[in-house]
Write a protein that binds this ligand. Structure first.
Ligand SMILES: [Zn+2]
Length: 352
């Protein structure tokens, strides 16, 4: 596959890395404003998508698709994408870069969802949100289906503002893609070692549910421990589960940290409240399933667990494999990653 990088507004890797240092030095709500670097093929300021001039400049690149106003929507599978007069999207999305391939289905767009702070890479057919699908990617422009309406997202001509909370894990990109449903789900049955937040939200794939039950049983065996508190898994049949970004297909499980106060369900884990030995044991029982893709744990809580694991004699190679800590809260390292909103529970994603 020959991939032609047509328009790179900014180098994401260096940008995220640069943002990281600032974030570590200041508070979570620090925002860095990053100016767009001059684009290789500058976007005409104020140009409307679908207007006569191509949005990616006046010099067509080899293989560039000409504007064809009024052409019908394309399925983007084999045919080049005509530039049609769709309206620009009003969704709070920022297009950071596009990369088109000869096989159009392999083209990718790097998009920041301002609502969630997720920066990810999408191919045609991927969902950015449950009702927002990428239809096609072209030079600096993405064609979207927004609840069935076709709209354009153009590459930004103004500085792109990133938040210190943004999440961009290139190595998890494929995992993070949203699936819209779950096949034959089962509900987590009641058990002596755990509580369920709500049965209606405790549906998962048979495999995930079995792995979860086994892990909790192994954790609880021979241990005087309060019940494990299970939060949301998925709804019956899967699908969108606001406010969650994932939890669509029965493979994501929210679990409360084990706290010293057993009545403080889903309380915030801090140096004072977190029962480190038990939380670490619970996490280990889950990881021992060898079926966990990743775990989201707030970076500050990671530190507490990392230090505890060290005390228990876990070797450096294992720590390195498991933890993102101490490499910064946006480092693409380890199975245990930071994601905002995970101070009062952690999130386990099981492999398929
Ligand atoms: Zn979750």
């Amino acid at each position: 596959m020959s991939v032609r990088r047509t328009l790179v507004v900014l180098s994401l890797a260096s940008l995220i890395a640069g943002c990281d240092g600032a974030a570590e030095a200041s508070e979570d709500d620090a925002r860095s404003s990053v100016a767009s670097a001059p684009a290789a093929e500058p976007v005409t300021p104020g140009a409307e998508p679908g207007a006569a001039a191509p949005a990616d400049g006046s010099v067509p690149a080899p293989g560039h698709v000409a504007v064809q106003p009024g052409a019908p929507p394309s399925s983007a599978q084999a045919e080049p994408v005509p530039r049609v007069a769709w309206p620009p999207t009003a969704l709070s999305l920022g297009l950071l870069a596009t990369m088109d391939a000869q096989d159009l289905a392999q083209s990718r767009a790097t998009i920041r969802d301002e609502r969630s702070g997720v920066i990810s890479s999408y191919r045609p057919g991927d969902h950015i949100r449950p009702d927002v699908e990428v239809l096609a990617v072209d030079n600096g422009v993405v064609e979207l289906s927004n609840a069935g309406e076709v709209e354009y997202l153009s590459i930004s001509t103004v500085p792109v503002e990133l938040s210190a909370d943004d999440v961009f894990y290139p190595d998890l990109v494929d995992h993070l893609h949203l699936s819209t449903s779950m096949g034959d789900g089962v509900v987590m049955p009641p058990g002596p070692d755990y509580t369920l937040k709500a049965e209606a939200y405790s549906w998962g794939t048979p495999r995930s549910i079995a792995l979860l039950r086994d892990a909790i049983r192994n954790y609880a065996r021979g241990r005087q421990a309060p019940p494990v508190h299970i939060g949301d898994i998925s709804r019956r049949g899967g699908g969108p589960f606001p406010p969650h970004l994932s939890h669509h297909e029965g493979r994501d499980v929210d679990i409360a940290y084990v706290l010293h106060n057993p009545d403080a369900r889903f309380g915030v884990a801090t140096e004072r409240t977190l029962d480190r030995p038990r939380t670490w044991a619970l996490l280990q029982a889950l990881l021992d399933s060898n079926a966990v893709a990743y775990v989201f744990v707030d970076y500050d809580v990671q530190r507490l667990l990392y230090e505890h694991a060290q005390l228990e004699g876990v070797d450096d190679v294992t720590l390195e494999k498991l933890f993102q800590f101490p490499y910064g809260r946006r480092a693409s390292r380890g199975m245990i990653r930071h994601w905002k909103g995970h101070r009062d529970h952690f999130h386990v994603r099981f492999e398929q």
